[in-house]
Design a protein around this ligand. Structure first.
Ligand code: A2P
Length: 283
């Protein structure tokens, strides 16, 4: 499994298993078992996914079975928007649910606070309080790295202006139809690793004709082509699947490269289309 060195020296695998909507102990256990068997060492969850306790329990059981220890896997979780401004409590709940002494990465999940309107002028101060609490948790060794998710360039610049611990990761929706070139440039110049969610367009890009034709010509699957497009630009990926065959397929993305012309053809699909949430209205 390939990895990237974050701006604080922490190593993070560039491929992880996404777990949004992966729910129920047996489903979680089966997905994690397949992923560990295929070499995945990174798992992405969030308080709002309501699967942290199942993931924690499954890892307790599966790590020894795969001959692994906690230190050999990378666990990411995220602060629930309902806990925005109260990150200490949110993080401690995630640690308890996952039954972990520390997290490898903890992200502010959303720039706003649940229950507040996007335009609520208290949002900036609230997410600032979250960040300051996360800085303390990082200093205390509870969080090896801290970062943000669903931040726009504006949110990120605001954070970079006041932070004492620089964010290590920005996780956003990113795929050929939403190429995020501006955020990629901002991350590159500010030393953040950009991690994509919804690399497959929540499954909808798998039928895209350019993607399909390319996959056919290369003898790969559409999912592998989409993941490769991200990885080849230094963008990390966390494809979600509960199907052991797809979990295996999504891990076989390090043994081929897309030619420059093919990368260009995929990037040419950019249309600004979002399949998930749009954070740009959050002040
Ligand atoms: P499933 O869990 O049934 O495999 P994204 O990561 O963009 O959100 O996409 C996730 C969606 O794509 C899920 O619905 C998942 O369904 C599906 N998926 C994941 N990997 C593959 C794959 N290799 N081939 C086809 N569909 C996939």
């Amino acid at each position: 499994m390939e990895s990237v060195t974050l701006n604080n020296g922490v190593e993070m695998p560039t491929l992880g298993l996404g777990t949004f909507k992966v729910k129920g102990y047996e489903v979680v256990r089966r997905a994690l078992d397949a992923a560990l068997g295929q070499g995945y060492r990174s798992f992405d969850t969030a308080a709002v996914y309501q699967n942290e306790a199942d993931i924690g329990r499954a890892l307790k059981e599966l790590l020894p079975a795969h001959g692994l220890s906690r230190g050999e896997v990378f666990i990411t979780s995220k602060l629930a928007p309902a806990d925005q401004g109260a990150a200490e409590e949110g993080c401690r709940r995630s640690l308890a649910a996952l039954d972990c002494g520390y997290l490898d990465l903890y992200l502010v999940h959303w720039p706003g606070r649940q229950g507040w309107r996007s335009e609520d002028p208290r949002n900036p101060e609230c997410r600032r309080r979250s960040w300051e609490a996360m800085e303390r948790l990082h200093r205390d060794g509870k969080l090896r790295a801290i970062g943000v998710s669903n931040y726009t360039g504006g949110h990120l610049r605001e954070l970079l202006a006041h932070c004492r611990v620089r964010p290590a990761v920005l996780q956003v929706e990113c795929h050929p139809r939403l190429a995020q070139s501006e955020l990629r440039a901002l991350c590159a110049e500010s030393g953040l690793h950009l991690q994509a969610y919804s690399s497959l367009g929540s499954g909808r890009l798998l039928e895209e004709p350019v993607v399909r034709a390319l996959a056919e010509r290369l003898g790969r699957t559409p999912a592998q082509v989409l993941l490769r497009w991200a990885l080849q630009q230094g963008v990390g990926v966390i494809p979600k699947s509960t199907d052991p065959r797809r979990i295996a397929q999504n891990a076989r993305v390090f043994d081929f490269r897309l030619a420059e012309g093919d990368m260009r053809a995929l990037s040419g699909l950019h249309s600004g289309t979002r399949y998930c949430w749009d954070p740009s209205t959050v002040v």
